[in-house]
Ligand binder design. Structure first.
Ligand SMILES: NC(=O)c1ccc[n+]([C@@H]2O[C@H](COP(=O)([O-])OP(=O)(O)OC[C@H]3O[C@@H](n4cnc5c(N)ncnc54)[C@H](O)[C@@H]3O)[C@@H](O)[C@H]2O)c1
Length: 457
């Protein structure tokens, strides 16, 4: 992209998955960018061109722009407050301990500290996922903190990037949503996103509340779609149907669509679970208790899928005490090392706590999983995890697990039993090699000569 340095100076406050990606992509678009985080170790690594997490394509962008000098990192609010024209707030909004609501400590802290260091006219643009009403509340907070006569505008620009595709989603988003009260401020953001807008990306300018709600609504919808198909999994398990065929068949109706209808162990990660809980908590706070009550059910269906895998493991092994179980996958999804609220890690932990000898392997998520759950056995490869196991459970659909050869791995295990927690393996192929094959939402036994066929596979 252009070698010309564009005139707007950009800061990104919070350099985690979202902020580090946004900062590097803004540099790629031609802006001079400073990323700020309160974690000095993270800042040191990023400044040295080292990405502290896994995200395809991002290490290259980071190295490119830290080398060119267009992208710098700091822990100093004074530095960014006196320098940037546009400040993006990208700090975390995790679930509060012991509560469903979002913990706003980081957003509030970052915004007020930034405001107290601002010495020039600028825009503050929120990107974090926040409960509706946050932006207007922060507006008042900013006004309290500003010293001197700098004019500060506030916009909300929720982020829809997917981990694993974060660079592509940031450089070529499918839509841009910006909320604010000032058309002049919104026009500044049009300049920031000119490349995408010129390439045809829809730019939706709206009020602060709608912008905040768009993000909550998008995640609530996606979570509901996954739990919808997983609810039908519970039915097909009972009556003997096949959830993949059901999903293919309803997904061919283009009013429904096939995406996010993959039945399995359910959703996790740093966004969907905490976002649906935070939405519900906020809507209840507004006195609309019944309005989002269905999200409790969405959450419960999702968590029940994890229990179903644990139940199947008990059913297969009968007594799981001391039995070796190989868990393939700890990241909440492939192409990511994120283990926040990971269904795979949750299942591994439940089986460990029930007395099993759990051996896990994931191509990228091992370090993060070890930090959260150090007592599991961390294998050096899928084969290492599988060796002498009484049961294999696939929980994150990495390609290297999808392509395992049942005949080859069958020679290494103590017992040929597998649970496909993501519905990505061919039951007939595994069964032909003598495996007991269990999955979520599919019949465990297929009639002779009638291997599983999905209309779309
Ligand atoms: N990860 C995603 O895929 C994704 C996608 C869309 C939206 N979001 C939203 O983006 C926000 C950030 O998510 P994330 O996954 O990047 O979180 P993260 O935990 O990876 O990163 C948050 C960063 O903010 C830093 N931070 C905390 N307080 C700070 C402060 N006062 N000043 C400066 N830095 C501070 C932390 O040190 C950390 O590096 C959340 O609201 C999340 O819901 C995330």
């Amino acid at each position: 992209m252009g070698e010309v340095i564009l005139s707007l100076k950009i800061s990104v406050i919070g350099t985690g998955y979202l902020g580090a990606t946004h900062a590097a992509c803004m540099a790629e678009l031609g802006f001079e960018v400073v990323g700020l985080d309160t974690n000095p170790k993270k800042i040191e690594q990023l400044a040295a061109g080292v990405l502290p997490f896994h995200e395809p394509g991002l290490p290259e962008l980071l190295r490119k722009h830290t080398s060119s000098g267009r992208l710098r990192f700091t822990t100093s609010y004074a530095e960014v407050g006196s320098w940037a024209d546009v400040h993006f707030i990208a700090v975390g909004t995790p679930q509060k301990a012991g509560d469903h609501a979002a913990d706003m400590t980081y957003v509030d802290g970052a915004t007020s500290t930034l405001a107290s260091h601002i010495t020039k006219d600028c825009l503050i643009v929120g990107k974090s996922t926040v409960p509706v009403g946050t932006a207007r509340r922060l507006g008042a907070l900013i006004n309290e903190q500003i010293e001197g006569d700098a004019k500060v505008g506030l916009l909300w620009n929720p982020e829809f990037l997917r981990e694993g595709y974060a660079v592509e989603d940031t450089l070529r988003p499918d839509r841009l949503v910006v909320g604010g009260d000032s058309t002049a401020a919104i026009d500044v953001l049009r300049q920031v996103y000119a490349t995408a807008i010129n390439a045809g990306t829809p730019f939706i300018a709206t009020d602060l509340e709608t912008a905040e709600l768009v993000k909550s609504a998008a995640n609530a919808f996606l979570a509901t779609k996954i739990s919808f198909i997983n609810a039908f999994s519970e039915v097909t398990e009972q009556v003997g149907g096949d959830i993949r065929v059901l999903a293919d068949a309803i997904g061919l109706d283009n009013r429904i669509g096939r995406r996010f209808l993959n039945a399995g162990v359910g959703f996790g990660g740093g966004c969907l679970p905490k976002d649906i809980r935070a939405l519900q908590a906020r809507i209840s706070e507004l006195g609309l208790d019944r309005t989002m009550r269905f999200l409790t059910e969405v959450d419960e269906i999702n968590l029940r899928r994890r229990d179903r895998v644990v139940h199947l493991a008990h059913e297969i092994l009968e007594d799981i005490q001391g039995r070796k179980i190989a868990i393939l996958g700890v990241a909440f999804k492939p192409h990511s090392d994120d283990v926040r609220d990971s269904p795979a890690l949750d299942v591994a932990a439940q089986l460990f706590n029930a007395g099993a000898d759990v051996s896990v392997y994931d191509p990228e998520g091992m370090a993060n999983a070890r930090l959260r759950f150090p007592r599991l056995n961390y294998a050096t490869s899928a084969i290492d995890a599988l060796r002498d196991s009484a049961l294999t459970i696939l929980l994150t659909e990495w390609d290297e697990f999808k392509t395992l050869d049942p005949s080859e791995v069958g020679q290494m295990v103590e017992s040929k039993s597998i649970i496909d927690g993501r519905n990505v393996l061919r039951a007939d192929v595994w069964q032909d090699e003598g495996w007991r094959f269990e999955s979520l939402g599919r019949k465990s036994v297929y009639p002779d000569g009638a291997p599983f066929r999905s209309v779309c596979s």
